[in-house]
Write a protein that binds this ligand. Structure first.
Ligand SMILES: Cc1cc2nc3c(=O)[nH]c(=O)nc-3n(C[C@H](O)[C@H](O)[C@H](O)COP(=O)(O)OP(=O)(O)OC[C@H]3O[C@@H](n4cnc5c(N)ncnc54)[C@H](O)[C@@H]3O)c2cc1C
Length: 455
């Protein structure tokens, strides 16, 4: 079977590429996807019979039509300030134009009626500036889990007649075949002139082996490490009511490191996350009022960039998380007041505090786990946030550790997101260029448009 274009991966990157081809060209296009169709994606965790991850292969949360974001909160951040570095390849203006274009498609496929939040002209922006904090600029389309699902369903309905979808068909190999490529799967090989690889985080390890085989350079040099902060929701209500989620950055006085807020969950819960058997911390919030708590949580993260010869940034982050697991048997929780006084938290001190933890973590001492530079930065940031949200630096504020944000390797690409092999493109989170729905989707539109234009 021969196609003009084969897309590997049906996450936002792959879907929006396919959408462009279907709408603007007559090219013969196929999409190969490890997971299944949208309506067959069901995670078996029901909180009763199945309480934790049982390692399904493929995983319904990460794989299938819609990719990793199919069951997400569907927050499409339209900004160059975070969510990826697409603008470094295609320019800031183009990146924003494409993110807005993706938004229009989402809105016209079921997303009308959802809210677009914006930081522009907010009172919070001014308060941040006055206190040496920077509120990153963004417009955020909050689709919500339910509407995100509706939009994906509508996109599939529109695409399925003009694009060949091969579900439950992981690609095993990409081979160079003359001027094009041979895509090898368990059920046969397919040829194409152009190949767009959009395999996301779940396909990152596989993509690394593809790059090795095809002599494409990669690098991995970043990991974000920090804690999750939990406070009474009232303390942050002014901020979360205005923007739902804000990304605030602080440059520390001591080391001039950037510490930033990440993944804010108003009235949410702190949860465990299992990464390769290592327990780290994360947070959730629910739309359902019955599942809301009286606390807000968010991460404070410090980015660590390594230079040559060190290449194992993710392993570094894992080692720190492993240390917290060794000391606490899992996630450690500490009162901010105990951290400041140089003593561990105990069950009694947590019990006597005014903030009720939403996660059963082990009371302990985060200073035995986090490198001094990172911990100093987090403490400085908590005092900075206290100026815009008084109470953040209260003794009873809870800190959970360790939160780690791992990054995919970065693939060497040119300004067309094309590898050194002509006609072989790598986009979305798997390429390391993006880490968000909007950037991944925009990268898909961009490459499709370049191919259609014959560039
Ligand atoms: C729970 C959760 C919530 C999130 N919430 C948000 C949010 O609110 N806002 C936001 O901006 N971002 C969010 N993200 C991140 C967002 O989902 C990703 O940035 C985005 O999905 C990346 O798109 P992608 O197309 O690059 O990759 P993915 O969405 O990961 O899609 C890649 C697809 O490729 C397939 N694949 C992998 N390997 C192969 C192979 N060898 N052969 C065939 N197919 C393959 C996978 O099965 C997958 O379906 C969230 C992520 C998760 C997990």
């Amino acid at each position: 079977m021969k196609y003009d274009v084969i897309i590997i991966g049906a996450g936002p990157g792959g879907i929006f590429s396919a959408y462009e081809f279907a709408k603007k060209s007559s090219l013969k296009v196929a999409v190969f996807e490890t997971g299944g169709v949208l309506e067959k994606r069901k995670c078996p965790i029901d909180g009763k019979k199945v309480k934790t991850c049982i390692g399904c292969k493929p995983c319904s949360i990460m794989n299938g039509f819609g990719g990793a974001g199919a069951f997400s909160d569907g927050k499409y951040n339209i900004t160059n300030d975070f969510g990826g570095t697409l603008y470094e390849y295609i320019g800031k203006e183009k990146a924003l134009e494409l993110m807005n274009y993706v938004d229009e498609i989402n809105v016209s496929h079921g997303g009308s009626g959802t809210t677009m939040y914006s930081t522009a002209g907010t009172d919070l922006k001014k308060r941040c500036m006055q206190n040496k904090l920077t509120l990153l600029d963004a417009s955020v389309r909050h689709l919500g889990t339910d509407i995100n699902y509706v939009v994906l369903g509508n996109l599939y309905k529109e695409l399925k007649d003009s694009v060949d979808f091969y579900f439950n068909t992981p690609v095993e190999k990409i081979e160079i075949a003359g001027e094009g490529y041979r895509i090898v799967t368990g059920s046969g090989a397919y040829e194409c002139d152009r190949c767009i690889v959009s395999v996301g985080r779940s396909g990152s390890a596989w993509l690394e082996s593809v790059c090795d085989e095809l002599g494409i350079e990669t690098k991995a040099n970043r990991v974000d490490i920090g804690v999750r902060v939990e406070i009474p929701a009232e303390i942050f209500a002014d901020i979360t009511d205005e923007l739902y989620e804000s990304k605030i950055v602080y440059r520390t006085e001591k080391f001039e490191d950037a510490v930033r807020t990440f993944c804010m969950n108003p009235y949410g819960s702190v949860v465990n996350e299992n990464t390769n058997g290592i327990i780290t911390v994360n947070g959730h919030s629910f739309e359902d009022p019955s599942l809301k708590t009286s606390n807000t949580n968010f991460a404070l993260l410090v980015s660590k960039h390594f230079s040559e010869p060190f290449k194992e940034s993710n392993a570094y982050g894992e080692s720190i998380a492993r240390l917290s697991n060794m000391l606490g048997g899992g996630v450690i929780v500490q009162r901010f007041g105990d951290l400041e006084r140089g003593r561990r938290s105990t069950p009694k001190r947590i019990e006597e505090g005014t903030v009720r933890p939403t996660l059963a973590a082990t009371p302990g001492d985060l200073s035995l786990v986090l490198p001094k530079r990172i911990l100093d930065g987090i403490i400085e940031m908590i005092y900075a946030l206290d100026k815009i949200a008084p109470g953040t630096a209260n003794d009873d504020t809870l800190l959970y550790g360790v939160e780690v944000k791992f990054y995919n390797m970065e693939v060497a690409l040119d300004h067309n997101l094309e590898t050194k092999h002509k006609g072989l493109y790598m986009i979305g989170d798997g390429s390391g260029v993006t880490h968000s729905l909007s950037h991944a989707s925009a990268s898909g539109v961009f490459v499709a448009d370049r191919i259609i234009a014959g560039k």
